[in-house]
Ligand binder design. Structure first.
Ligand SMILES: Nc1ncnc2c1ncn2[C@@H]1O[C@H](COP(=O)(O)OP(=O)(O)OP(=O)(O)O)[C@@H](O)[C@H]1O
Length: 331
């Protein structure tokens, strides 16, 4: 794959799945703000992660995919049909928005049934039951939503979005605020949908969520598609970039001297302790590793040889923004 202004596609490496959702040169601007800039992508069945930092344009993109928002330029198609101003396509689409717009005075069953009726399903009751079972809410379905935990509310929203069994399910930051158990449950559900041949796209600004859930990612940065394809290849690019760590040890000075002689290390800086109490920062060494893999093998060996105890090793530049700016070649 390649990175930079031209996004790369790894689809050739995976068996060619028929494209269900296709974006052709899609842009969207709000006044002077270009939220999405000339994005072309095509998605087939399975789970895909839409990864990008806050403000990258993920929500705007998902809303255009769902037919909620008009592209300023370009076209979004589902199964060959444009999503904008085409209500027939809504039958094939489900969207779980980022914001929690659920009426707490309704029970989950009432809420999901309302969605089934909006879709004019012939048997709204049966569809509601099926959706409730899918998200595992049967035992709580007749309780008011305002008595639910965050994860349960999210499941009710997912059930409402898939009550009509759409081919494409779009989810905007579905794991926000969930605890690990709720997260696992949601991941299982999305996998089940994918196994049933559905096209599932979820947005996230957290690398690990995408890693756990999906083999394929679309990386969006500042409105543009920055990379696209196999997660492991993109991850490898991320780990082969230069890394910074802050290390504290039983003897920082001796460790600094030893690390300076190590050729996987590009820079060593001694960081002073500052402040007291909550605002204090611990001192230690700031290391710039030229090669992450070799450095992580060398560090324990060097410490052992020097009789130095490592206390903490913390990545200093693991923010997703720094990974993204590396991916788009901005550093
Ligand atoms: N209605 C709007 N009017 C003006 N600007 C907007 C509007 N909606 C979004 N934007 C801008 O468009 C850009 C992309 O926003 P968008 O919400 O799509 O990003 P995002 O990746 O979903 O971020 P987040 O996860 O923070 O919601 C941002 O600069 C945002 O400020």
């Amino acid at each position: 794959m390649s990175i930079g202004t031209e996004p790369a596609t790894e689809r050739a490496a995976t068996p060619a799945a028929p494209a269900v959702l296709e974006l052709a040169n899609v842009s969207r601007w709000y006044g002077n703000v270009v939220a999405v800039n000339d994005v072309t992508m095509s998605l087939g069945p399975g789970v895909t992660g839409l990864l990008g930092p806050n403000g990258a344009g993920k929500t705007t993109l998902l809303h255009m995919m769902a037919g909620f928002l008009a592209p300023s330029r370009g076209t979004v198609r589902v199964a060959g049909r444009p999503t904008w101003r085409n209500p027939d396509v809504y039958r094939d689409l489900g969207l779980v928005t980022e914001r929690e717009n659920v009426h707490g005075f309704l029970t989950a069953r009432e809420f999901i049934r309302a969605s089934a009726k909006l879709q004019r399903l012939p048997d709204a009751e049966a569809a509601t039951r099926r959706a409730i079972d899918m998200v595992d809410l049967a035992s709580a379905a007749d309780r008011r939503i305002d008595t639910y935990s965050k994860g349960m509310r999210q499941r009710a929203r997912v059930a409402a979005a898939l009550v009509h069994d759409p081919r494409v399910l779009l989810l905007d930051e579905p794991f926000n605020g969930m605890d690990p158990r709720q997260r696992m449950h949601m991941m299982e559900l999305l996998h089940q949908m994918a196994a049933a041949g559905r096209t599932v796209l979820f947005s996230s600004h957290i690398l690990e969520e995408v890693e756990q859930l999906s083999g394929t990612v679309q990386v969006i940065v500042a409105g543009r598609l920055a990379a696209s394809g196999d997660y492991r290849k993109i991850r490898r690019l991320m780990t082969s970039r230069p890394h910074e760590f802050v290390i504290s040890s039983s003897d920082d000075r001796a460790l600094a001297v030893a690390l300076m002689a190590e050729d996987s290390v590009a820079g060593v800086e001694i960081v002073a302790h500052t402040g007291r109490g909550r605002g204090a920062t611990a001192g230690g060494l700031k290391i710039r590793a030229a090669d992450y893999g070799r450095f992580s093998r060398a560090l324990p060996r060097i410490a052992r040889t020097g009789g130095i105890r490592l206390l903490t090793v913390v990545p200093a530049d693991e923010s997703l923004e720094s990974v993204f700016s590396y991916l788009v070649g901005a550093r």
